[in-house]
Design a protein. Structure first.
Length: 454
């Protein structure tokens, strides 16, 4: 059974295409079983995020075309739109890809932590809807273990690599109890919303949004459970605020040195963290001259982000080594498990032959046949029946040029060097095995030479 991953992500396709093949959680209940049936998949899970949609499956045939065709049909789009943007990973490469995804090494932002939770959800959904089996369970357990090692043993997730997250990191460094702080967001655009969400996630509940258009401030305030004010109310509100994040499209500064200086006096010089993400700047640069003011511009934050990205790249190199090592171990265990399964089938088939021939031999003994004749016949029948199928397959392999099977049989049974090969043999005799000796009547069996037993 092969491991197959067919996917589309931020490296292979634009967002306009990625969003067309995304799945909602509500769709998976029907989609997973339907995909398994249509594409002939033994097991299947679907990972779908804003940056990727991947089908993770086990199957006999590794051709990705049926999966791509099903995705196109399900999302009502031409298959040609997907064919040039999808990628396919098989067996070891698939296991390596899955592990890199779970560890955040294949993300748009290297090391981002959300993907591991999304990866776990994909397998939980597959389990819920009956398309998860032993092979994908084993894969999921391996990838979770690998991702945990990467997070524990490297610094890949320790540094902030977005401006919004970096602002929260700076606030944590300045204030020991961030949840007690009051925040003033100047501007009600996407940047303010993103920073506000990060600050709220960090435990801050006292959030005020100031904006030129009060209605927009109220809309964002409703999202963040905060308070809305207009720009003229900032001087009155500023003395209460511990953190100020400004991000407007104003052409002139909104906060001047004098306003901030007066606010500090009312605060009795308790420090204020100010983050100016606007271009042109919303906060006069001279504000940085004031004692107890910690002012960071967008350039300052981008320098921190760049340094953190370098740190993450160093950690990613360490993480790649961990992933390579762990995937090699996973594949070794996988191959051993595959061999064990084959051995179980191999032993079961020959045990059935042994038991059938033993039952016939015991029946002959009960009828009073000579023990020597019974034992001789038992040995002959066991040899013939155990070697009949392999002999037939080896003949066909030789006739079709499959010399690898001939080499394998010499290796398995330690027969020495392989015999000299004959091009396009018309017939290969096997005088020691009679493929026609399949009689269930011990008295009617034939010897390898074709003579009746005496």
């Amino acid at each position: 059974m092969n491991l197959l991953i067919v996917g589309i992500n931020h490296n292979s396709a634009p967002v306009a295409l990625r969003e067309r093949v995304a799945f909602t959680p509500e769709q998976l209940g029907d989609a997973l079983p339907a995909l398994a049936r249509a594409a002939g998949l033994s097991e299947v899970a679907i990972l779908s995020t804003c940056n990727r949609t991947e089908v993770i499956a086990t199957c006999a045939d590794t051709d990705p075309a049926p999966v791509v065709a099903w995705l196109a049909d399900y999302h009502r789009m031409p298959a040609a739109d997907l064919e040039n943007s999808t990628y396919c990973r098989i067996n070891r490469d698939a296991a390596l890809h899955a592990s890199r995804v779970a560890a955040g090494l294949d993300s748009m932002v290297v090391g981002e932590p959300q993907i591991l939770g999304q990866f776990k959800d994909a397998f939980e959904q597959a389990s819920r809807f009956g398309t998860l089996g032993k092979e994908l369970t084993h894969l999921s357990q391996a990838t979770f273990r690998i991702a945990k090692r990467v997070r524990t043993e490297t610094a890949i997730g320790e540094s902030s690599v977005s401006v919004a997250a970096t602002a929260v990191t700076l606030a944590n460094q300045l204030f020991s109890h961030l949840a007690d702080c009051q925040i003033l967001l100047i501007g009600a655009g996407e940047t303010s919303e993103l920073v506000g969400k990060h600050l709220k996630a960090a435990g801050i509940t006292k959030i005020t949004i100031a904006n030129r258009t009060l209605g927009n401030a109220r809309t964002l305030a409703a999202t963040l459970d905060g308070e809305a004010i207009d720009l003229q109310s900032i001087p009155a509100k500023l003395p209460e605020c511990d953190i100020v994040v400004a991000s407007t499209a104003a052409q002139l500064p909104i906060l001047g040195k004098g306003t901030v200086e007066r606010a500090l006096k009312q605060r009795k010089h308790r420090p204020i963290l100010m983050v100016d993400l606007a271009v042109p700047r919303d906060i006069e640069p001279e504000v940085a001259e004031l004692r107890d003011i910690y002012l960071y511009s967008i350039d300052d934050l981008q320098q921190i982000v760049a340094a953190n990205l370098d740190q993450r790249q160093d950690a990613a190199t360490e993480a790649e080594a961990i992933v390579e090592s762990e995937v090699a171990s996973y594949r070794s265990h996988h191959e051993v498990r595959q061999a064990d399964a084959a051995l179980v089938s191999f032993r079961t088939r020959h045990e059935q032959i042994r038991q059938a021939e033993l039952d016939k031999a015991l029946a002959r003994l009960e009828r009073g046949d000579a023990p020597v004749d019974v034992v001789t016949q038992l040995a002959r029948q066991l040899t013939n029946k155990m070697l009949h199928k392999p002999s037939t397959q080896l003949r066909e392999a030789a006739l079709s040029g499959r010399h690898d099977l001939l080499d394998t049989i010499h290796q398995l049974y330690e027969l020495g060097d392989s015999p000299e090969r004959i091009d396009s043999p018309e017939r290969i005799d096997s005088p020691d095995v009679d493929s026609t000796d399949q009689s269930d009547d011990p008295g009617q069996g034939k010897s390898p030479s074709g003579d009746k037993h005496e």
